[in-house]
Design a protein around this ligand. Structure first.
Ligand code: GLN
Length: 298
């Protein structure tokens, strides 16, 4: 680590510190050492990443160096950058994150894109999101469709509180209503009330979680990752229970793992109430979003 010695500290300019930290992170098996060093240093100094370059030869003060040293220590233990900074961008919305929720992934933006596409330009709609976490998907949809009303649930009260805070941060609290529920348990399924249901549920097989990167396996909530022995348990619960509360012609879109296309499509087809069952690949080429449309009654 950079020394605390006052004379030596004078030498720690922004650029030198970035170089040192990126090397240090590389040595700890971190995938994106330079970007992580920049994000953490910018966060520590209250600057943007561009500012770091504009001020590349600015030396750090003792206090700044001490604060940065602690962030570097956490990242070297493979704590995700987003948990250290407390924020992550999704769909151009800066969201608060905490260890109670999954960090929003760029792949999940595909779910938002596809939902907007299948729903077309319709101005009014009622949507439901299950397992909202940070609120990312619902807030992205609300930011794009001012006339939609969205209900979004999570089993974790901490997640619901965080999602609400994110809605307030973006002035969307009047259009997204967050509530605690174990999937559809707290949702009235007696009448078809939703035009759209979306979810990025846990879909990793239980025994595979330990083999994921330490950022995921040691830090992200197991509750948000663990899809049971088959990985399909939550997808199955959602697809089985959602039918009655979806309007005829309404859509369900779910994020899935790259090897779950066939199984997830079968879950839809086996219910007999869905048609137009399709799966879409993400920008990395992996199957990512499965969808079905509720048939018209009769
Ligand atoms: N996409 C996440 C991952 O690969 C998993 C998210 C989930 O289970 N919903 O880590």
């Amino acid at each position: 680590m950079p020394t605390e010695d006052a004379d030596a500290a004078k030498q720690w300019t922004i650029m030198r510190l970035l170089r040192w930290t990126a090397d240090y992170f590389s040595g700890h098996g971190i995938d994106t050492p330079r970007i992580d060093a920049e994000v953490l240093l910018a966060h520590c100094l209250g600057l943007s990443r561009i500012d770091l370059y504009l001020r590349h030869d600015q030396p750090l003060e003792q206090g700044e160096l001490a604060r940065f040293r602690e962030l570097v220590r956490r990242r070297a233990r493979r704590e995700p950058v987003a948990y250290i900074t407390g924020g992550k961008e999704f769909w151009s919305l800066e969201l608060q994150v905490s260890p109670h929720v999954l960090i929003p992934r760029p792949e999940t933006e595909l779910l938002v894109e596809q939902a907007l596409e299948v729903m077309g330009p319709r101005k009014e709609a009622v949507a439901l999101e299950l397992g909202t976490g940070t609120g990312a998907i619902s807030l992205a949809l609300a930011s794009q469709r001012p006339g939609w009303w969205i209900a979004a649930s999570d089993i974790s009260p901490e997640a619901v509180a965080l999602a609400r805070a994110n809605a307030v941060k973006h002035g969307l609290e009047g259009r997204v209503s967050f509530f605690v529920s174990d999937w559809l348990a707290a949702v009235a399924t007696t009448e078809p009330q939703f035009d759209l249901i979306v979810s990025n549920p846990p879909y990793i097989r239980s025994r595979e979680i330990g083999r994921l990167e330490p950022e995921i396996s040691s830090y992200e909530p197991r509750l948000a990752l663990d899809g049971g022995v088959s990985g399909l348990e939550c997808l199955t619960r959602i697809i089985s229970a959602a039918g009655p509360c979806l309007k005829a012609g309404g859509f369900i879109l779910l994020e899935i793992g790259h090897d779950q296309k066939d199984a997830a499509e079968s879950l839809f087809r086996d219910r007999g109430v869905y048609h137009q069952v399709t799966t879409v690949r993400d920008y990395g080429g992996s199957w990512r979003v499965v969808m079905g449309r509720k048939k018209d009654a009769g």
